[in-house]
Write a protein that binds this ligand. Structure first.
Ligand SMILES: [Zn+2]
Length: 263
């Protein structure tokens, strides 16, 4: 068993135990009370950093397209630097995966964010990319992974940690487990909350939030494929998300969307 496995096993095990004493905390960004067990921001960051290289590898590796990678990093950095996300303390990093077929974007706990070339190539404007990345940053800020890990921990956490700690789980399985915990289990409410945060972040960063509506249309069109990306999973359908986006925009901008935002 290597050191990384041990570290992750210990984090998961410690987290499972703390959760028994179930405390709740108020999320600084969303203002919502949430159950995240004993998981600290530092632990989220550690988990994400440990899993990121492996996640990239499992998903076919990072893109060789330097221009695409640069664009994703720049737009991601802008969405973070010029919005409330900058105050969160998470070290955000935006990765571009080579995968030309799976239309997908996802976030690991603590700020490691991924988008596939397939999704990137379907986007038409910088604002749309800001919308996708803003949505993922929203999952991180709302600590959705931590919430879901907290929900799962009593049934799975200790078992998983034991399996990891005993060496019966290999690195790939650990990566898979972290992946399942983080990206596959977002619920409908999480998606809508991430959409709302994404709209806020992208408009704070100077992007026209209406670009998110087009993103949903693009995702709907792409959902003919059978793969299982985060954006078109079992959760709210794009038309429903568009309705919600319109409602949120009306509320956030009662006098209309300000002029001069980047589309
Ligand atoms: Zn999402």
């Amino acid at each position: 068993m290597n050191k990384i496995q041990l570290v992750i096993a210990l984090i998961v095990a410690a987290f499972s135990l703390f959760s028994y004493f179930g405390s709740s905390s108020v999320n600084q960004i969303t203002g919502e009370k949430q159950h995240i067990g004993g998981m600290s921001q530092k632990q989220e960051v550690a988990m994400g950093l440990q899993s990121a290289p492996q996640m990239a590898q499992q998903m076919g590796g990072l893109s060789q397209d330097a221009r695409a990678r640069e664009l994703v990093s720049q737009v991601g950095a802008k969405v973070v630097a010029q919005s409330v996300a900058a105050k969160s303390g998470y070290p955000f990093k935006f990765h571009t995966l080579a995968d030309p077929r799976t239309v997908n974007a996802f976030a690991l706990p603590g700020g490691q964010i991924f988008i596939t070339m397939s999704l990137l190539s379907k986007l038409e404007t910088e604002g749309q990319l800001a919308g996708v990345l803003g949505h993922e940053v929203g999952h991180v800020l709302a600590r959705h992974s931590a919430e879901h890990i907290a929900k799962d921990q009593l049934t799975q956490g200790l078992t998983g940690a034991f399996a990891m700690g005993s060496g019966s789980m290999n690195a790939a399985q650990i990566g898979q487990m972290v992946g399942q915990m983080t990206m596959l289990k977002y619920g409908r409410d999480d998606e809508l909350e991430a959409d709302g945060l994404g709209l806020r972040l992208m408009s704070e960063a100077g992007y026209d939030p209406r670009a998110m509506i087009r993103v949903m249309q693009i995702l709907e069109k792409a959902s003919g494929g059978s793969r299982n990306p985060e954006f078109q999973s079992s959760h709210p359908s794009p038309p429903h998300r568009i309705e919600e986006i319109n409602a949120k925009l009306k509320k956030a901008f009662p006098n209309g969307i300000p002029a001069g935002l980047t589309p």
